[in-house]
Design a protein around this ligand. Structure first.
Ligand SMILES: NC(=O)c1ccc[n+]([C@@H]2O[C@H](COP(=O)([O-])OP(=O)(O)OC[C@H]3O[C@@H](n4cnc5c(N)ncnc54)[C@H](O)[C@@H]3O)[C@@H](O)[C@H]2O)c1
Ligand SMILES: O=P(O)(O)OC[C@@H](O)[C@@H](O)[C@H](O)[C@H](O)CO
Length: 385
C-alpha cells in the first residue's frame, strides 16, 4: 500500500509519516524544501525521538520523497497512491490542490481504486477545505466521477512537535502523547486501518475538544507569555499566575464543549490537566514564535479563539479570559511571521477596533468585539484584564 504525504515538516515526519510507515505503508513525502526532499530520497529513513526520560529512538524506514514543485511528479504520485495525507498548514492546501486535481484526473482515466485524502491540519473541516480547493480545479463531469472514487474524511491530529534545531535535518523529537481521530463515516467500506488512528462516526466533538483545549490553551500560553516577555511555552508555564489565566480560558472553552457535546465534566477537567502537563514537558523547548504563529488565522472566526468565545456567548456566558487572549494576540509582533507583520501594519494604519473587525469578522457593536476591546484597553492601561 502506498501513502503520499504532503509536508515533510515537523508533524509530517514526527507523527503522520511514522504512523503510516508503522502500519506498513510505503510513504512518499511531497515537500518544497529541497534539503528535506534530497535527504529523504538519499537515506530513505529518519529517526523520531520521544521527548521523555527514556528518549526512545524510533527508526522510520522505507520512506522517500518527491519535489512538491514538480506538478507532474505530484500528479503521478497521487495517481498511484492508496492514501493521501497532508500536514502543510491549512493556508497551503490551495497550493497542493493542482497536483491532486491532476492526479485525480489520471486515476479516473485509469479507472483506479478508491482514494482517501485526509488533511491533518489544525482546522475544523480541513479535508473538506482541501476538497473544495481540488474540486474548484475539476470540471463538472470529473467532479461527479471523483465523488465515486475519492473521499475526504476530516481529521483531528494531536502531538506537540516543536521547531527542530538538530544537525540532522530529518531527525525529529516529539512528545510521546498522540491522538489522530478520523471521520470514518466519510470513508469507503473496507478501508485499510492505520494503526493508532481512532476512527469515529462523528468527528465534531473530537476536533472541537482538541482545537478548543489543546490549541486554545497553547495560543493562550503563547500570547499571554509573549506579553510577559517569555520566549518559550515551557518558560511561560513556570509562571503560576499565567497558568491560572490559561486555566480560566480552558474553563470557558471546557464549559462550551461539555455542554455542547456531553463530555463528562470531571473527565474533561482531567483532560485539561493532562494538556497543561504536556505544555510543561521539560524535555521539549517549544518557542512562543511557533505556537503563536499566524495570528490572523488564529483570530479568524472559525478558529481556536473566536469560535469558542462566540459559542460561550450563545450559551449565556461572558468569555472574558478568551477575550483577553484575543487582545493579547494583537500584541504578537514577530516581523518574520508574515501574518504578524500584516496584523501590526493594520493596527498602525486602521487602529484596533477596525483591525479586530477585519480579522475576526466581528462588528464593533458585537458583544465579543466589545469584550475584546475592553480587554485591550485594560492591557494598554496596564490594569489587570
Ligand atoms: N507541530 C505541531 O505540533 C502540530 C501538531 C498538530 C498539527 N499540526 C499542524 O500540522 C500542519 C503542519 O505543521 P508543522 O508544525 O509540521 O509545520 P512545518 O512547517 O514543520 O511543516 C510544514 C511542511 O510543509 C511544507 N510545505 C509547504 N508548502 C508545501 C507545498 N506546496 N507542498 C508540499 N509541502 C509544502 C514545508 O516545506 C514544511 O516542510 C499545520 O497545519 C499545523 O497546524 C502541527
Ligand atoms: O500549528 P498551529 O499554528 O495551528 O498551532 C500551534 C500549536 O498550538 C500546535 O501546532 C500544537 O503544537 C499542536 O496542535 C498539538 O497537537
Amino acid at each position: 500500500m502506498k501513502a503520499l504525504h504532503f509536508g515533510a515538516g515537523n508533524i509530517g515526519r514526527g507523527f503522520i509519516g511514522l504512523l503510516l510507515s508503522r502500519s506498513g505503508y510505503e510513504v512518499t513525502f511531497s515537500d518544497v524544501n529541497k534539503t528535506l526532499v534530497d535527504a529523504l530520497r538519499e537515506r530513505g529513513e529518519y529517526t523520531v525521538t520521544l521527548a521523555d526520560d527514556e528518549q526512545e529512538r524510533i527508526r522510520v524506514t522505507g520512506v522517500t520523497a518527491i519535489d512538491g514543485t514538480d506538478l507532474a511528479a505530484v500528479a503521478s504520485a497521487v495517481a498511484e497512491a492508496d492514501l493521501v495525507t497532508t500536514a502543510v498548514g491549512v493556508n497551503i492546501l490551495k497550493h497542493i490542490a493542482p497536483g491532486i486535481a491532476r492526479g485525480i484526473e489520471r486515476r479516473i482515466a485509469a479507472s483506479a481504486g478508491p482514494l482517501h485524502l485526509i488533511a491533518c491540519e489544525n482546522a475544523i473541516g480541513g479535508s473538506a477545505q482541501l476538497k473544495a480547493h481540488v474540486y474548484a480545479l475539476l470540471d463538472e463531469e470529473t467532479r461527479v466521477r471523483a465523488d465515486a472514487m475519492c473521499a475526504f474524511p476530516n481529521a483531528a491530529v494531536d502531538r506537540i512537535v516543536p521547531i527542530q534545531h538538530n544537525e540532522d535535518p530529518l531527525a525529529v523529537t516529539v512528545e510521546p502523547f498522540y491522538e489522530w481521530a478520523v471521520d470514518a463515516s466519510a470513508m469507503f467500506p473496507g478501508f485499510k486501518r492505520v494503526e493508532g488512528v481512532h476512527y469515529v462516526d462523528d468527528l465534531t466533538p473530537y476536533i472541537e475538544r482538541k482545537l478548543f483545549t489543546v490549541n486554545t490553551g497553547h495560543a493562550s500560553a503563547a500570547y499571554l507569555g509573549n506579553l510577559k516577555g517569555y520566549e518559550t511555552i515551557q518558560q511561560a508555564m513556570e509562571d503560576e499566575a499565567l497558568v491560572g489565566e490559561v486555566r480560566a480560558v480552558l474553563d470557558e472553552t471546557g464549559a462550551v464543549v461539555v455542554r455542547k457535546h456531553g463530555f463528562d465534566p470531571e473527565a474533561h477537567g482531567r483532560y485539561i490537566e493532562t494538556i497543561l502537563g504536556r505544555f510543561r514537558n521539560p524535555h521539549l523547548t517549544d518557542e512562543i514564535s511557533r505556537v503563536g504563529r499566524s495570528p490572523i488565522r488564529k483570530l479568524s472566526p472559525n478558529d481556536r479563539l473566536v469560535s469558542p468565545a462566540l459559542q460561550a456567548l450563545e450559551q449565556g456566558a461572558r468569555p472574558e479570559a478568551l477575550a483577553k487572549v484575543m487582545a493579547a494576540a494583537l500584541r504578537f509582533d514577530y516581523p518574520d511571521d508574515p501574518e504578524s507583520a500584516e496584523l501590526q501594519r493594520s493596527l498602525k494604519e486602521k487602529g484596533v477596533p477596525a483591525t479586530l473587525t477585519a480579522y475576526t469578522s466581528l462588528q464593533p457593536e458585537h458583544p465579543l468585539h466589545r469584550l475584546a476591546m475592553e480587554q485591550h484597553e485594560a492591557l494598554s492601561s496596564g490594569l489587570p484584564g
